[in-house]
Design a protein around this ligand. Structure first.
Ligand SMILES: [Zn+2]
Length: 311
């Protein structure tokens, strides 16, 4: 059968959404488009049977399966479930183009390729120990900490894309989650349909989780502008504080102190000025579209971060 290449021009917004969705399903855009176009074109008429020799009894070709990531899963654990051996995890990593084994998330659909035939070398699959880090809601892992970093637990989120310039990070936007639990935020940000995320969320007890790498663009600020520059998600880090945002719900001191430590660390890491630590309400367009973090003392945060940076 002849294979043809088809070129498409699509709007970037549609492209980004499609890409996020394809990633969340563990597929490539090419695979998605091929399926869609094949369905749309309808069944291909079968050629009349030729009088040639009958096809050899089919040795059924091995078929890839899929697996949906569950809370607590690791790539090694999935390999053990699917292949009976955790050491085979590189096969899954390779089939899903996972370069960092920590970067799987609950609900992600992974392609599980068939095992290579005996004697056939598994391409690029060295015998290796399964990765210990995992990404999940129930079994999060601590990220290798920088010396001055507060304890941060990586939980991951599929809701992000690339920054136009990964090195251009110069603001921090503080949000309130408008809900009451850290677990609720993690679940929501883990849902590809939510299409929202932030880089960090701080629980009321001061626990810090990370959903998106600093270098990537999380989806938290929406239509926004800071110092005359639109689309704040391009150059900002998003920090969510678990709080009802009703002006009554308190921000406990443990939560505030964790935020001071996190922002101090991020300011140092990216050379961000404390002046550019702002509330969502400060950057949302049009003015008044957002009120969060309602009742939080941003001035005190900037002051204490400045003090910590000069210490
Ligand atoms: Zn917000």
């Amino acid at each position: 059968m002849a294979i043809r290449n088809v070129t498409l021009d699509i709007d970037d917004a549609v492209y980004q959404r499609a890409l996020a969705r394809a990633r969340s399903e563990g597929r490539t855009l090419g695979q998605v488009l091929t399926t869609l176009l094949t369905r749309w074109a309808g069944p291909v008429p079968q050629p009349a049977p030729s009088p040639g020799p009958p096809p050899s009894p089919s040795v059924s070709a091995p078929v890839a399966r899929t697996y949906t990531v569950q809370p607590g899963d690791t790539l090694g654990g999935i390999a053990r479930k699917m292949y009976g051996s955790a050491a085979k995890y590189p096969l899954i990593a390779q089939a899903n183009r996972i370069t960092d084994p920590r970067r799987i998330w609950v609900g992600q659909v992974l392609t599980i390729p068939p095992l290579p035939e005996a004697g056939e070398a598994a391409p690029g699959a060295p015998v290796a120990r399964p990765p210990t880090p995992t990404v999940s809601v129930t079994a999060p892992v601590a990220i290798t900490p920088a010396p001055d970093a507060p304890p941060i637990t990586w939980v991951g989120s599929p809701n992000f894309n690339r920054r136009p310039n990964p090195n251009d990070i110069w603001a921090i936007v503080i949000h309130a989650t408008a809900n009451s639990s850290l677990e609720g935020v993690i679940t929501w940000f883990n849902n590809p349909k939510a299409m929202v995320s932030a880089h960090y969320t701080i629980g009321k007890d001061g626990r810090i989780v990370q959903h998106v790498r600093d270098e990537n663009r999380a989806w938290h600020a929406g239509k926004s502008e800071w110092k005359g520059v639109p689309n704040v998600n391009n150059f900002a880090l998003g920090v969510e504080l678990v709080n009802l945002n009703d002006g009554q719900d308190p921000y406990p001191e443990e939560q505030h102190q964790a935020n001071v430590r996190l922002c101090t660390y991020l300011c140092r890491k990216h050379d961000i000025k404390p002046d550019d630590i702002v509330g969502h309400l400060d950057v949302a367009v049009p003015k008044g579209r957002k009120t969060d973090p309602r009742g939080y003392d941003l001035e005190r945060l900037r002051r204490e971060v400045t003090t910590a940076l000069n210490a």
